[in-house]
Design a binder for this molecule. Structure first.
Ligand SMILES: NC(=O)c1ccc[n+]([C@@H]2O[C@H](COP(=O)([O-])OP(=O)(O)OC[C@H]3O[C@@H](n4cnc5c(N)ncnc54)[C@H](OP(=O)(O)O)[C@@H]3O)[C@@H](O)[C@H]2O)c1
Length: 337
Protein backbone atom coordinates (compact mmCIF):
# COMPACT_ATOMS: atom_id res chain seq x y z
CA UNK A 1 0.00 0.00 0.00
CA UNK A 2 1.19 3.52 -0.89
CA UNK A 3 0.30 5.77 2.03
CA UNK A 4 0.09 9.45 1.04
CA UNK A 5 0.14 12.04 3.85
CA UNK A 6 2.44 9.88 5.97
CA UNK A 7 3.30 12.51 8.59
CA UNK A 8 -0.34 13.29 9.40
CA UNK A 9 -2.68 12.10 12.12
CA UNK A 10 -4.37 9.46 9.96
CA UNK A 11 -1.03 8.65 8.32
CA UNK A 12 0.33 7.59 11.73
CA UNK A 13 -2.82 5.66 12.59
CA UNK A 14 -2.76 3.86 9.21
CA UNK A 15 0.88 2.86 9.72
CA UNK A 16 -0.03 1.44 13.13
CA UNK A 17 -2.93 -0.58 11.70
CA UNK A 18 -0.86 -1.88 8.83
CA UNK A 19 1.68 -3.40 11.22
CA UNK A 20 -0.85 -5.98 12.40
CA UNK A 21 -2.64 -6.55 9.09
CA UNK A 22 -2.25 -10.18 8.00
CA UNK A 23 -2.06 -9.47 4.24
CA UNK A 24 -1.55 -5.80 3.38
CA UNK A 25 2.02 -4.53 3.27
CA UNK A 26 3.38 -0.99 3.07
CA UNK A 27 4.88 -0.24 -0.36
CA UNK A 28 5.99 3.17 0.89
CA UNK A 29 4.95 5.99 3.18
CA UNK A 30 4.72 9.11 1.03
CA UNK A 31 5.49 12.58 2.32
CA UNK A 32 6.34 16.04 1.06
CA UNK A 33 9.43 15.50 3.23
CA UNK A 34 11.18 12.65 1.41
CA UNK A 35 13.75 10.62 3.36
CA UNK A 36 12.15 11.20 6.78
CA UNK A 37 12.52 8.18 9.11
CA UNK A 38 9.07 6.78 9.93
CA UNK A 39 10.08 6.34 13.55
CA UNK A 40 10.81 10.05 13.81
CA UNK A 41 7.47 11.02 12.26
CA UNK A 42 5.58 8.49 14.38
CA UNK A 43 7.57 7.15 17.33
CA UNK A 44 4.64 4.83 18.22
CA UNK A 45 5.10 2.66 15.10
CA UNK A 46 7.66 -0.12 14.68
CA UNK A 47 8.11 0.36 10.91
CA UNK A 48 11.70 1.03 9.92
CA UNK A 49 12.41 2.90 6.70
CA UNK A 50 11.98 6.40 5.41
CA UNK A 51 9.42 8.31 3.41
CA UNK A 52 9.47 8.78 -0.36
CA UNK A 53 8.37 11.87 -2.29
CA UNK A 54 4.96 12.00 -4.03
CA UNK A 55 6.73 12.01 -7.44
CA UNK A 56 8.73 8.86 -6.55
CA UNK A 57 5.53 7.23 -5.31
CA UNK A 58 3.58 7.95 -8.50
CA UNK A 59 6.48 6.45 -10.51
CA UNK A 60 6.47 3.45 -8.13
CA UNK A 61 2.73 2.92 -8.57
CA UNK A 62 3.18 3.09 -12.36
CA UNK A 63 5.99 0.52 -12.30
CA UNK A 64 3.94 -1.81 -10.09
CA UNK A 65 0.93 -1.63 -12.40
CA UNK A 66 3.12 -2.16 -15.47
CA UNK A 67 4.36 -5.37 -13.81
CA UNK A 68 0.63 -6.23 -13.46
CA UNK A 69 0.91 -6.27 -9.67
CA UNK A 70 -2.00 -5.11 -7.50
CA UNK A 71 -1.45 -1.55 -6.29
CA UNK A 72 -3.32 0.26 -3.52
CA UNK A 73 -3.19 3.97 -2.62
CA UNK A 74 -4.50 5.34 0.66
CA UNK A 75 -4.83 9.12 0.56
CA UNK A 76 -4.62 10.75 4.02
CA UNK A 77 -4.28 14.25 2.57
CA UNK A 78 -6.01 17.60 3.15
CA UNK A 79 -9.09 18.46 1.12
CA UNK A 80 -8.08 19.59 -2.35
CA UNK A 81 -4.72 17.80 -2.23
CA UNK A 82 -6.44 14.44 -2.78
CA UNK A 83 -8.21 15.59 -5.93
CA UNK A 84 -4.93 17.09 -7.23
CA UNK A 85 -3.08 13.81 -6.65
CA UNK A 86 -5.86 11.75 -8.25
CA UNK A 87 -5.66 14.04 -11.31
CA UNK A 88 -1.90 13.51 -11.45
CA UNK A 89 -2.26 9.72 -11.12
CA UNK A 90 -4.89 9.68 -13.86
CA UNK A 91 -2.69 11.74 -16.18
CA UNK A 92 0.48 9.68 -15.61
CA UNK A 93 -1.05 6.18 -15.44
CA UNK A 94 -3.46 6.54 -18.35
CA UNK A 95 -5.56 3.38 -18.76
CA UNK A 96 -3.67 1.70 -15.91
CA UNK A 97 -5.28 4.19 -13.50
CA UNK A 98 -8.38 1.97 -13.49
CA UNK A 99 -6.31 -0.91 -12.06
CA UNK A 100 -5.25 1.14 -9.02
CA UNK A 101 -7.33 0.74 -5.86
CA UNK A 102 -7.77 4.12 -4.14
CA UNK A 103 -9.32 5.02 -0.80
CA UNK A 104 -9.50 8.75 -0.11
CA UNK A 105 -9.97 10.10 3.41
CA UNK A 106 -10.55 13.73 2.39
CA UNK A 107 -13.85 15.32 1.37
CA UNK A 108 -12.97 15.72 -2.31
CA UNK A 109 -14.97 12.79 -3.70
CA UNK A 110 -17.58 12.19 -0.99
CA UNK A 111 -20.43 14.16 -2.51
CA UNK A 112 -19.59 13.44 -6.10
CA UNK A 113 -22.52 13.63 -8.57
CA UNK A 114 -23.35 10.36 -10.37
CA UNK A 115 -21.44 9.75 -13.59
CA UNK A 116 -18.42 11.90 -12.61
CA UNK A 117 -14.99 10.72 -13.74
CA UNK A 118 -13.19 9.21 -11.87
CA UNK A 119 -16.09 7.73 -9.91
CA UNK A 120 -15.82 6.99 -6.19
CA UNK A 121 -18.13 4.78 -4.12
CA UNK A 122 -19.13 6.18 -0.72
CA UNK A 123 -17.28 4.31 1.99
CA UNK A 124 -19.80 3.89 4.81
CA UNK A 125 -19.49 0.12 4.95
CA UNK A 126 -22.64 -0.61 6.97
CA UNK A 127 -24.79 1.16 4.36
CA UNK A 128 -22.89 0.51 1.14
CA UNK A 129 -21.09 -2.82 1.62
CA UNK A 130 -21.81 -4.43 -1.79
CA UNK A 131 -20.94 -1.31 -3.79
CA UNK A 132 -17.66 -0.85 -1.86
CA UNK A 133 -16.70 -4.50 -2.40
CA UNK A 134 -17.01 -3.97 -6.20
CA UNK A 135 -15.40 -0.52 -6.26
CA UNK A 136 -11.87 0.40 -7.32
CA UNK A 137 -12.13 3.85 -5.72
CA UNK A 138 -13.79 4.76 -2.44
CA UNK A 139 -14.32 8.07 -0.65
CA UNK A 140 -14.36 7.37 3.10
CA UNK A 141 -16.97 9.42 5.01
CA UNK A 142 -16.09 12.24 7.38
CA UNK A 143 -15.68 11.34 11.04
CA UNK A 144 -18.78 13.26 12.18
CA UNK A 145 -20.65 12.09 9.07
CA UNK A 146 -20.01 8.48 10.08
CA UNK A 147 -21.55 8.99 13.52
CA UNK A 148 -24.44 11.03 12.10
CA UNK A 149 -25.40 8.40 9.54
CA UNK A 150 -24.95 5.39 11.80
CA UNK A 151 -27.23 7.08 14.36
CA UNK A 152 -29.94 8.41 12.07
CA UNK A 153 -30.31 6.14 9.03
CA UNK A 154 -31.87 3.08 10.76
CA UNK A 155 -34.71 5.19 12.21
CA UNK A 156 -35.17 7.12 8.95
CA UNK A 157 -35.36 3.92 6.93
CA UNK A 158 -37.83 2.39 9.39
CA UNK A 159 -40.16 5.38 8.78
CA UNK A 160 -40.56 6.16 12.49
CA UNK A 161 -39.40 9.81 12.31
CA UNK A 162 -41.34 13.00 11.56
CA UNK A 163 -39.56 14.68 8.62
CA UNK A 164 -41.64 17.86 9.12
CA UNK A 165 -39.87 18.80 12.36
CA UNK A 166 -36.16 19.58 12.93
CA UNK A 167 -33.77 16.69 13.57
CA UNK A 168 -31.28 17.95 16.19
CA UNK A 169 -27.78 16.48 16.27
CA UNK A 170 -25.03 17.54 18.70
CA UNK A 171 -21.58 15.98 18.60
CA UNK A 172 -18.36 16.56 20.52
CA UNK A 173 -15.03 15.66 18.95
CA UNK A 174 -11.51 15.26 20.30
CA UNK A 175 -8.58 17.40 19.17
CA UNK A 176 -7.07 14.75 16.86
CA UNK A 177 -9.97 15.52 14.50
CA UNK A 178 -8.15 18.75 13.62
CA UNK A 179 -5.07 16.99 12.24
CA UNK A 180 -1.42 16.98 13.24
CA UNK A 181 -0.55 20.65 12.73
CA UNK A 182 -1.07 22.71 15.90
CA UNK A 183 -3.14 25.87 15.80
CA UNK A 184 -4.34 28.41 18.38
CA UNK A 185 -7.57 26.51 19.02
CA UNK A 186 -5.96 23.05 19.14
CA UNK A 187 -3.14 24.18 21.44
CA UNK A 188 -3.25 22.30 24.76
CA UNK A 189 -3.82 25.30 27.12
CA UNK A 190 -6.83 26.33 25.04
CA UNK A 191 -8.24 22.86 24.49
CA UNK A 192 -7.60 21.30 27.90
CA UNK A 193 -10.59 21.59 30.29
CA UNK A 194 -12.51 23.55 27.65
CA UNK A 195 -15.59 22.95 25.49
CA UNK A 196 -17.14 25.03 22.72
CA UNK A 197 -19.48 24.80 19.75
CA UNK A 198 -18.60 25.76 16.21
CA UNK A 199 -20.08 25.60 12.72
CA UNK A 200 -23.29 27.36 13.77
CA UNK A 201 -24.04 28.18 10.15
CA UNK A 202 -23.66 24.54 9.08
CA UNK A 203 -20.88 21.97 8.89
CA UNK A 204 -19.93 20.15 5.69
CA UNK A 205 -20.55 16.70 7.22
CA UNK A 206 -24.26 17.56 7.46
CA UNK A 207 -24.41 17.32 3.66
CA UNK A 208 -23.31 13.68 3.75
CA UNK A 209 -26.23 12.83 6.04
CA UNK A 210 -28.64 14.92 3.93
CA UNK A 211 -27.61 13.02 0.79
CA UNK A 212 -28.05 9.64 2.48
CA UNK A 213 -31.51 10.70 3.69
CA UNK A 214 -32.43 11.83 0.17
CA UNK A 215 -31.58 8.30 -0.93
CA UNK A 216 -34.25 7.14 1.54
CA UNK A 217 -36.71 9.72 0.14
CA UNK A 218 -36.51 12.05 3.17
CA UNK A 219 -35.63 15.74 3.39
CA UNK A 220 -36.04 16.77 7.06
CA UNK A 221 -34.58 20.01 8.43
CA UNK A 222 -31.25 18.89 9.92
CA UNK A 223 -29.57 20.90 12.69
CA UNK A 224 -26.08 19.55 13.33
CA UNK A 225 -23.95 21.39 15.87
CA UNK A 226 -20.35 20.16 16.35
CA UNK A 227 -18.36 20.90 19.51
CA UNK A 228 -14.66 20.71 20.36
CA UNK A 229 -14.01 18.70 23.51
CA UNK A 230 -11.06 18.44 25.93
CA UNK A 231 -9.83 14.99 24.86
CA UNK A 232 -7.63 13.76 22.01
CA UNK A 233 -9.61 10.92 20.42
CA UNK A 234 -13.28 10.17 20.04
CA UNK A 235 -16.67 11.52 19.01
CA UNK A 236 -19.80 11.54 21.16
CA UNK A 237 -23.02 12.23 19.26
CA UNK A 238 -26.47 12.93 20.72
CA UNK A 239 -29.31 12.82 18.18
CA UNK A 240 -32.76 14.12 19.25
CA UNK A 241 -35.15 12.98 16.54
CA UNK A 242 -38.91 13.74 16.43
CA UNK A 243 -40.98 10.56 16.36
CA UNK A 244 -43.83 10.21 13.87
CA UNK A 245 -45.65 7.81 16.15
CA UNK A 246 -45.48 6.59 19.77
CA UNK A 247 -42.60 4.15 20.33
CA UNK A 248 -41.03 2.44 23.35
CA UNK A 249 -37.30 2.38 24.03
CA UNK A 250 -37.30 -1.39 23.54
CA UNK A 251 -38.90 -0.99 20.10
CA UNK A 252 -36.38 1.72 19.20
CA UNK A 253 -33.50 -0.53 20.24
CA UNK A 254 -34.89 -3.36 18.09
CA UNK A 255 -34.90 -1.06 15.03
CA UNK A 256 -31.19 -0.39 15.50
CA UNK A 257 -30.25 -3.97 16.41
CA UNK A 258 -31.96 -5.23 13.24
CA UNK A 259 -30.24 -2.58 11.08
CA UNK A 260 -26.79 -3.60 12.31
CA UNK A 261 -27.24 -7.36 12.73
CA UNK A 262 -24.10 -8.89 11.23
CA UNK A 263 -22.15 -5.60 11.16
CA UNK A 264 -18.91 -6.43 13.02
CA UNK A 265 -18.09 -2.82 13.85
CA UNK A 266 -21.38 -1.48 15.16
CA UNK A 267 -22.54 -2.42 18.64
CA UNK A 268 -26.13 -1.63 19.66
CA UNK A 269 -26.43 -1.53 23.44
CA UNK A 270 -29.40 -3.26 25.06
CA UNK A 271 -28.93 -1.10 28.15
CA UNK A 272 -26.74 1.73 29.38
CA UNK A 273 -25.11 4.47 27.34
CA UNK A 274 -22.03 4.37 25.11
CA UNK A 275 -19.04 6.32 26.37
CA UNK A 276 -15.75 7.14 24.70
CA UNK A 277 -13.62 4.63 26.58
CA UNK A 278 -15.70 1.76 25.21
CA UNK A 279 -14.71 2.63 21.63
CA UNK A 280 -11.49 4.66 21.65
CA UNK A 281 -8.63 2.52 20.34
CA UNK A 282 -11.05 0.19 18.50
CA UNK A 283 -12.85 0.34 15.16
CA UNK A 284 -16.28 -0.12 16.76
CA UNK A 285 -19.08 2.43 16.91
CA UNK A 286 -21.42 2.02 19.89
CA UNK A 287 -25.07 3.07 19.73
CA UNK A 288 -27.96 3.30 22.18
CA UNK A 289 -31.54 4.28 21.34
CA UNK A 290 -34.32 5.35 23.69
CA UNK A 291 -37.71 7.04 23.28
CA UNK A 292 -39.47 9.54 25.55
CA UNK A 293 -41.98 12.35 25.06
CA UNK A 294 -42.20 12.00 21.30
CA UNK A 295 -38.42 12.17 20.87
CA UNK A 296 -36.07 9.36 19.85
CA UNK A 297 -32.66 9.86 21.45
CA UNK A 298 -29.79 8.08 19.74
CA UNK A 299 -26.31 8.18 21.28
CA UNK A 300 -23.28 7.18 19.26
CA UNK A 301 -19.61 7.04 20.18
CA UNK A 302 -16.68 6.15 17.95
CA UNK A 303 -12.98 6.80 17.57
CA UNK A 304 -12.55 9.50 14.92
CA UNK A 305 -9.11 8.13 13.98
CA UNK A 306 -10.45 4.57 13.56
CA UNK A 307 -14.14 4.06 12.70
CA UNK A 308 -14.26 7.74 11.71
CA UNK A 309 -10.97 7.65 9.76
CA UNK A 310 -8.11 5.20 9.19
CA UNK A 311 -10.03 2.15 10.51
CA UNK A 312 -12.99 2.78 8.22
CA UNK A 313 -10.62 3.23 5.25
CA UNK A 314 -8.99 -0.12 6.03
CA UNK A 315 -12.44 -1.72 6.47
CA UNK A 316 -13.24 -0.53 2.91
CA UNK A 317 -9.90 -1.78 1.56
CA UNK A 318 -10.47 -5.20 3.12
CA UNK A 319 -13.76 -5.48 1.22
CA UNK A 320 -12.23 -4.16 -2.03
CA UNK A 321 -9.39 -6.69 -1.80
CA UNK A 322 -11.63 -9.61 -0.81
CA UNK A 323 -10.08 -9.93 2.67
CA UNK A 324 -12.23 -10.63 5.74
CA UNK A 325 -13.78 -7.30 6.78
CA UNK A 326 -12.14 -7.21 10.26
CA UNK A 327 -8.58 -7.96 9.02
CA UNK A 328 -6.07 -5.84 10.91
CA UNK A 329 -8.76 -3.87 12.72
CA UNK A 330 -8.91 -3.69 16.53
CA UNK A 331 -12.41 -4.44 17.81
CA UNK A 332 -11.93 -3.73 21.51
CA UNK A 333 -11.62 -0.22 22.88
CA UNK A 334 -8.88 0.70 25.32
CA UNK A 335 -11.19 0.83 28.35
CA UNK A 336 -8.82 3.23 30.06
CA UNK A 337 -7.31 5.94 27.88
N1 LIG B 1 -8.22 13.51 11.89
C1 LIG B 1 -9.39 12.90 11.78
O1 LIG B 1 -10.01 12.53 12.77
C2 LIG B 1 -10.00 12.64 10.41
C3 LIG B 1 -11.04 11.71 10.32
C4 LIG B 1 -11.60 11.45 9.06
C5 LIG B 1 -11.13 12.12 7.93
N2 LIG B 1 -10.13 13.04 8.07
C6 LIG B 1 -9.64 13.68 6.84
O2 LIG B 1 -8.51 12.89 6.41
C7 LIG B 1 -7.50 13.73 5.86
C8 LIG B 1 -6.21 13.58 6.68
O3 LIG B 1 -6.52 13.96 8.01
P1 LIG B 1 -5.39 14.13 9.12
O4 LIG B 1 -6.08 14.44 10.39
O5 LIG B 1 -4.45 13.00 9.06
O6 LIG B 1 -4.67 15.46 8.58
P2 LIG B 1 -3.19 15.97 8.91
O7 LIG B 1 -2.75 15.48 10.23
O8 LIG B 1 -3.21 17.43 8.66
O9 LIG B 1 -2.30 15.25 7.80
C9 LIG B 1 -2.40 15.52 6.42
C10 LIG B 1 -1.06 15.24 5.78
O10 LIG B 1 -1.17 15.52 4.39
C11 LIG B 1 0.12 15.88 3.87
N3 LIG B 1 0.01 17.05 2.98
C12 LIG B 1 0.18 17.02 1.64
N4 LIG B 1 -0.01 18.23 1.11
C13 LIG B 1 -0.29 19.04 2.13
C14 LIG B 1 -0.59 20.44 2.19
N5 LIG B 1 -0.64 21.21 1.12
N6 LIG B 1 -0.84 20.97 3.43
C15 LIG B 1 -0.82 20.20 4.52
N7 LIG B 1 -0.55 18.86 4.50
C16 LIG B 1 -0.30 18.30 3.31
C17 LIG B 1 0.99 16.15 5.08
O11 LIG B 1 1.84 15.02 5.17
P3 LIG B 1 3.30 15.08 4.55
O12 LIG B 1 3.90 16.39 5.03
O13 LIG B 1 3.95 13.87 5.16
O14 LIG B 1 3.18 15.02 3.08
C18 LIG B 1 0.07 16.14 6.27
O15 LIG B 1 0.68 15.64 7.44
C19 LIG B 1 -8.07 15.15 5.88
O16 LIG B 1 -8.66 15.42 4.64
C20 LIG B 1 -9.12 15.08 6.98
O17 LIG B 1 -10.13 16.03 6.84
C21 LIG B 1 -9.54 13.30 9.27
Amino acid sequence: MWLFGASGMLGGESLRLLESHPQLRLAAAVSREAGAPLRRLHPHVRAAGTTVSPAEAVDGVQAQLERQEAAVALLALPHGESAALVGQLQAQLGEDFDELLVVDLAADFRLQPAGKDPSFAYGLVEWNRERIARARRVAAPGCFATALQLAVLPAARAGILDAGKPWILHAITGSSGSGATPSAITHHPHRHDNLWAYGLQGHRHEAELARALEGLGQRPPIHFLPHSGPFARGIHLTAALPLAQPLTSAEATRVFAAAYAGAPFVEVLEEGVPDLRRVVGGNRAALAASARGGVLTVLCTLDNLLKGGAGQALQCLNLMLGFPEPSGLPEAGLGVC
